[in-house]
Design a protein around this ligand. Structure first.
Ligand SMILES: Nc1ncnc2c1ncn2[C@@H]1O[C@H](COP(=O)(O)OP(=O)(O)OP(=O)(O)O)[C@@H](O)[C@H]1O
Length: 322
């Protein structure tokens, strides 16, 4: 559904050049749900804009839904839906009319545009709001309308740029319910960016992480976490000198560079906490270090990013709940 090779985009800012996307290689098969993650400025939107044919690449090639993004942008646009970060509906017409107008823009006949408007209203649970004006909708309802607008022409592939950002947890869950339904019932391929790492982790079957314009990780969330981050073990000991001794022991069982201490707390990254913790506790007991508390945690996608870059995706304000 998406095949990109060496996709690159440079921008000129004053005299300097910014390489926003550097040699993106990507293959997405039909029916996949892919979450595209990365810190602010990583190149997500620029990639999306190139793949949706809104921005020409500086170099590289891509076909999207079978059409070349450079030589057949109209073909791409007819076959994909794109839901950007900003609201797409106007304020003057009612919800159903907005959808009909959108369908007409895509070349549907009047009758077909009406039929499709009713179908997407049903699909996104918007029927009770069909006669309201977009300006009177809540944030979550408005976002569902944006998605409905992206679906009127029945695309096989839908790009969503941060579909749940800024919504309350209930509305976010609702948006996801509809996204997952779309995929289950229609097999729509979904390619979305999100700042909410736990959403990407639990909902997407594939996670692609971009940093500084390059893809640095690509796989299932489980795979990335176990291959790249490992479990976390946190142990607190009675006194600070014991923490230093506990850290020395930890260095023997942890992943390279995977030990940190802070006061009386020692943190380790290990492949499997279930096996590593009992061994660690036995070793500490053998050298007379008294352990006050011991906890284990599965890694997050942020741990994956941290392991790969030494930075946290959460360092960025806009990723506050990541
Ligand atoms: N039109 C432009 N002119 C100049 N530089 C640009 C332009 N668009 C993007 N950039 C730069 O390209 C880089 C990538 O930006 P992009 O918007 O693709 O990142 P992003 O990952 O989508 O970030 P965010 O999460 O903040 O939306 C940034 O350094 C940005 O400043």
């Amino acid at each position: 559904m998406i095949h990109a090779r060496g996709l690159t985009r440079r921008f000129k800012v004053k005299r300097a050049g910014v390489e926003a996307v550097r040699g993106l290689d990507l293959d997405v098969e039909a029916g996949q749900l892919v979450a595209f993650l990365g810190p602010n400025g990583a190149g997500k939107s620029t990639s999306l804009r190139m793949l949706t044919s809104l921005l020409p690449p500086t170099s590289g090639t891509a076909t999207v839904a079978g059409c070349d993004i450079v030589t057949d942008p109209a073909g791409v646009r007819a076959r994909i839906g794109y839901v950007g970060q900003k609201n797409s509906a106007g304020e003057n017409y009612r919800v159903r009319d907005e959808l009909v107008t959108q369908g007409r823009c895509y070349g549907l006949t009047r009758a077909r545009a009406h039929r499709r408007a009713d179908e997407v209203l049903g699909l996104l649970g918007l029927e009770p709001l069909a006669d309201r004006k977009p300006g009177t909708l809540s944030g979550g309802q408005r976002r569902r309308l944006d998605i409905a607008l992206g679906l009127v022409h029945r695309p096989d592939l839908l790009f969503l740029d941060e579909p749940s950002t800024g919504l309350d947890p209930h509305s976010r869950a609702e948006i996801w319910e509809h996204i997952l339904r779309l995929r289950a019932e229609y097999g729509t391929t979904l390619f979305l960016t999100t700042h909410y790492l736990e959403e990407a982790d639990s909902m997407a079957e594939r996670v692609v992480i971009i940093d500084n314009g390059r893809i640095i990780a690509d796989g299932t969330a489980e795979r990335l976490k176990s291959d790249l981050a490992g479990d976390r073990v946190t142990v607190t000991v009675g006194e600070e000198p014991d923490a230093a001794r506990a850290a020395e022991v930890a260095a023997r069982i942890a992943a390279p560079g995977g030990v940190g201490t802070e006061g009386t707390t020692v943190r380790l990254r290990v492949a499997r906490a279930g096996a590593a913790l009992p061994e660690y506790l036995r070793s500490l007991e053998a050298i007379g270090v008294k352990v006050a508390t011991a906890e284990t945690a599965r890694p997050t996608l942020d741990d994956v990013f941290l392991a790969l870059t030494g930075r946290s995706l959460g360092d960025d304000d806009s990723h506050s709940d990541a």
